[in-house]
Design a protein around this ligand. Sequence first.
Ligand SMILES: C[S@@+](CC[C@H](N)C(=O)[O-])C[C@H]1O[C@@H](n2cnc3c(N)ncnc32)[C@H](O)[C@@H]1O
Length: 310
Amino acid sequence: MSRMFQSSGDLIADRRYEYAQSASADGDHAAAADLLQQTLELAPGWPPAWFALGEARLALKDADGARKAYERCRALDPADEQGAGVALAALGASAEAPSSMSAGYVRNLFDQYAERFDHHLTRHLGYRGPELIVATLTRACAIEGVRPPFQRALDLGCGTGLLGEALGEMAKTLEGVDLSPRMLRMAKKRGCYDRLAEAEMLAFLAASESQHYDLITAADVFVYAGDLAPVLAAAARALKPRGLIAFSIQSTDAADHVLGSERRFSHHPAYVEKSLRESGFSIVRNEPTSTRMENSKPVPGAIFVATKKR
Ligand SMILES: C[S@@+](CC[C@H](N)C(=O)[O-])C[C@H]1O[C@@H](n2cnc3c(N)ncnc32)[C@H](O)[C@@H]1O
């Protein structure tokens, strides 16, 4: 995904940066790195150019050079809007992987992606998260004796609203929360949410009334959080007793959670089960499946549905 453009304050530096972006889009990473060095001579304190230089060096298999550029970026950008912390962790260059991604980074990433999101995900990546979640949720309802529609549903990281659309009549009222204003704008156009909020999901859940919702969903959102305990505990608080949570994960058997080179977290299904139990849920379904493709191969994953214990 290309990065959000922010001016350096120097027109010539901006232009060199734009040329560098075109060069890297054309696969000419050596030219991009060269142009970025020139950009940084004019604007040495500009984080986007340091980040882009890291990306160009990474593409040129210069891991040490990439690390230096990302570190410089992170030092200049304490809120980490560029995502240098995640890039360093994915490179194995920071001692600890972050437990979640910075809100500024996720917002930037999806603001940039919003217009192309539906087409790219459904056509190119064969994304089926929402349909699979709804199918698993339907089976879970039958097992639990729950009869939709849900009175108050909340969709975490609702994005452009694909899950809201898939839920359809299953939710009487549906709220959506997302960090990215541009994704929310697309969700609004879709017209299937009664309320949309621009917020970080944990902060939103913490500020919501306890025992308010009877369904909480999250499709392809927990890939941006490593440690799931905080969000599951906050969701349990916001759910009514016997309320359901339904979400997808990308799965791994390497560790509890792993940050991949594609800068998404994968979770061990046993870790997810343990985190759910410790947050006060009983597991209703844990269905291994793949919600999307990457490099023409299905990405391993799972759909979970759990019920809040009484
Ligand atoms: C891959 S998209 C999935 C969107 C939608 N759920 C779907 O299935 O089409 C992930 C979305 O989660 C949002 N997101 C990621 N982390 C978030 C957080 N901590 N709080 C709120 N939204 C978040 C992103 O902004 C993005 O819109």
